[in-house]
Design a protein around this ligand. Structure first.
Ligand SMILES: [Zn+2]
Length: 301
């Protein structure tokens, strides 16, 4: 009886014990919708033309890993009524920051996490070794660059942030690119793919590497998820030269004078409100609504 009890206790302890981190290989194969899949030649072209680190991974629109199923639905963005399983439960996101980062890189990523925790009701918490779903923030070697899955995928899921090297700061010059990729992981798409974007920006197909014109597609009107104004200052907006044939030929320019595209410094006011709206932070109570509106008001230019 005593032995059986001991066995039961041991078994229970083993089951409850925190799990070890999964092994993360240097080369991973995130899902890419069939329509957006690139040949190895095209992927090489991206590296050789020295593109932005968000363009280099060669995933959907550069830095977003998503499945065929999501691509078919993608025009609706991550609407929770269509894909509830992609939402992080209880607005809680467990994460692990790779031990491969050095201290300053770690601090940059950690600052991005602290910023999101401060400005939203979403809770990024260190992985407790028990939660099934968590982010592995990792400098995988391939695909190279900054990229993320869109929304919760289930199980450990990579957010790839390339540390600085001889080419430049890559994804860790400051916290902005980490925030950009974490917002993808929470379910946010690129701003310039909005249905109404042609009222606000011009696309220059003649300057885009032909194979990547698909990355400039937009959503259909009936599926616009957010009721926010078009946001030139969004941290989720493409830069002017993304996927350009040559460095000085813009692929996207604003119709409005005096605005700049593609900032990766901080969330804009609208980014801040958008992510709070997506996770219901503004509807929790009058107190929360006021709190997050006030915090977001101070963001951006
Ligand atoms: Zn992106």
């Amino acid at each position: 009886m005593k032995t059986a009890l001991l066995l039961l206790v041991t078994l229970r302890a083993a089951l409850m014990a925190p799990r070890k981190l999964p092994h993360v290989p240097d080369v991973v194969f995130p899902p890419v919708p069939d329509d957006a899949r690139l040949s190895s030649e095209h992927l090489r072209l991206l590296l050789e033309t020295n593109q932005d680190p968000e363009v280099q991974p060669g995933l959907f629109q550069g830095d977003m890993a998503l499945t065929n199923e999501m691509y078919d639905f993608w025009r609706v963005g991550l609407r929770w009524d269509v894909m509830p399983e992609r939402m992080w439960q209880n607005s809680t996101v467990h994460y692990v920051i790779s031990p491969l980062y050095d201290t300053s890189e770690y601090v940059t990523i950690y600052n991005a996490i602290l910023t999101l925790n401060f400005l939203t009701c979403i809770k990024f918490v260190p992985w407790d070794g028990k939660a099934d779903d968590f982010l592995l923030i990792w400098p995988v070697k391939y695909p190279h660059g900054c990229w993320s899955y869109v929304g919760r995928f289930g199980g450990p899921q990579i957010v790839s942030l390339q540390p600085p090297d001889e080419q430049g700061p890559n994804c860790l010059g400051d916290e902005g690119r980490s925030i950009h990729e974490l917002l993808h992981a929470l379910g946010i798409f690129h701003e310039q793919s909005r249905a109404d974007r042609d009222n606000f920006v011009d696309i220059h197909p003649e300057n885009i590497i032909p194979e990547f014109q698909v990355n400039f597609n937009k959503e259909s009107l009936e599926n616009t998820t957010y009721s926010f104004e078009y946001d030139y200052g969004s941290i989720m907006h493409y830069g002017q030269y993304y996927f350009s044939k040559e460095k000085d030929r813009p692929t996207i320019t604003p119709k409005k004078k005096g605005v700049r595209l593609g900032q990766r410094r901080e969330m804009s006011k609208t980014d801040c409100l958008k992510i709070n709206a997506l996770y219901g932070c503004l509807d929790k109570s009058t107190y929360h609504r006021r709190k997050y509106y006030t915090l977001c008001k101070f963001m951006g230019l």
